[in-house]
Design a protein around this ligand. Structure first.
Ligand code: PMP
Length: 302
C-alpha cells in the first residue's frame, strides 16, 4: 500500500515509503522492539485535535524499553514534541492514530543491549472491526504469556506472536478474535485489548497479575465508570464460568475503544446497556466534554 504520509525517524521527517530498517537487526529477526498506539480525536466543534493520554503512552513506551534493555536516547519531552509535530506535518485534522515504535537499526545479536531508534507513524482514522457493531470471542486453547515467560504488562512486539496464534485460531473457528486464559486458568485479556464484564450493574475487570497489559483505556474506564457513570468497579480475578454467565461483556483498548461482545464460545450476551453508557462517556471524554479530564488531552494545533 502506497502512502504519502510523513513519518519521523532517525532525526528526520521522511515519506513513509522511504522508511527502512537493517534487515539483519535483532528487531527484524527476533521482533526486538517496543511500541505504542496513540489516538487523537477531534474536538466537539472540530476546531482542535487532541492526543489522548499522550504522556501516559510515552511513559509506558520508556518503561517497556527499559524492561527489555533497549535504550531510547532522546528525552521524553523531545519525543512528545516529535509526535505532535508529525500530526502537524501531515496536516491531519480528523481522528487519527499514531504508532510509535522503538527499534534497533543495526546488525547484531538478540543478546546485546542497544540504543534504539524511534519511528512515529501516523494514520488517519483507522478503527478496529469497523464494519461490526459487536464481536464474537473464542475462549482460546492458547494460554496468555505470563510474568515468568514474557511479561505481558509491557508492549513488546514479540508478545503479539502469542496473540497471533490465538487470533488466527479464533478466525479459523469463525470468531472475530480470541479471549485468553492465563496460566492460573482465569480470564486474562483479548489479543489486543482488555476485558470487562458487567454483573448486576457492577463492572469487573481482571487485575494486572492476571497477565494483562497495563492498558491505558482500562485505567480510564475504571476511573470514569465511578466518577461519570456512578458504577462500582471490581478489579479482581474472573473465573471462566463467571464471564460465560455475565450480563454484558466488552473489550477496551486504544484501537478498539469500547467494543460490545455478543458471544464467547456458545455464551451469548444480548444486553449492551451499561457497555453503551461507558462507551458514550469514553467517546465524549476523549473529545473534550469533561473539564476535569482536560488533563488527559494534549491539543495539537495552537
Ligand atoms: N492488551 C493488549 C495485548 C493490547 O495490545 C492492547 C492495545 N494496546 C491493550 C490490552 C489495550 O491497551 P491500551 O488501552 O493501553 O491501548
Amino acid at each position: 500500500m502506497n502512502s504519502n504520509n510523513i513519518v519521523w525517524t532517525k532525526g528526520k521527517f521522511i515519506k513513509e515509503d522511504e522508511a527502512c530498517i537493517n534487515i539483519f537487526s535483532p528487531s527484524s529477526q527476533f521482533g526486538l522492539n517496543v511500541f505504542e498506539g496513540i489516538r487523537c480525536y477531534s474536538s466537539l466543534d472540530n476546531s482542535q485535535l487532541f492526543f489522548f493520554r499522550l504522556d501516559d503512552h510515552i511513559t509506558r513506551l520508556y518503561n517497556s524499553s527499559t524492561s527489555i534493555d533497549l535504550k531510547i536516547k532522546m528525552k521524553k519531552d523531545d519525543l512528545k514534541e516529535k509526535i505532535i509535530e508529525t500530526i502537524r506535518k501531515n496536516q491531519f485534522k480528523k481522528d487519527s492514530i499514531v504508532r510509535v515504535i522503538a527499534y534497533v537499526d543495526q546488525k547484531g545479536s538478540w543478546t546485546q543491549k542497544y540504543d534504539c531508534e524511534v519511528v512515529v507513524l501516523p494514520r488517519q482514522y483507522a478503527r478496529a472491526f469497523e464494519n461490526k457493531s459487536t464481536i464474537a470471542l473464542n475462549l482460546s486453547n492458547w494460554e496468555r504469556i505470563n510474568i515468568n515467560s514474557m511479561p505481558p504488562k509491557i508492549k513488546a512486539g514479540a508478545n503479539y506472536i502469542n496473540s497471533r496464534y490465538a487470533h488466527l485460531d479464533a478466525i479459523k473457528k469463525g470468531f472475530d478474535t480470541a479471549l485468553l486464559l492465563n496460566n492460573n486458568g482465569t480470564i486474562s485479556e483479548s489479543t489486543g485489548s482488555c476485558i470487562f464484564m458487567v454483573k448486576e450493574n457492577n463492572l469487573v475487570t481482571p487485575p494486572l497479575n492476571s497477565s494483562i497489559l497495563d492498558s491505558i483505556t482500562r485505567k480510564t474506564i475504571i476511573e470514569i465508570a465511578k466518577k461519570i457513570n456512578n458504577l462500582e468497579v471490581d478489579v479482581r480475578e474472573i473465573q471462566k464460568d463467571e464471564i460465560l454467565n455475565a450480563d454484558e461483556v466488552f473489550l477496551c483498548g486504544t484501537s478498539i475503544e469500547v467494543f460490545p461482545v455478543s458471544k464467547i464460545n456458545n455464551a451469548e450476551y444480548n444486553s449492551y446497556k451499561i457497555t453503551n453508557k461507558i462507551r458514550d462517556s469514553y467517546l465524549s471524554l476523549v473529545r473534550g466534554s469533561y473539564k476535569e479530564y482536560y488533563k488527559w488531552l494534549t491539543p495539537i494545533y495552537v
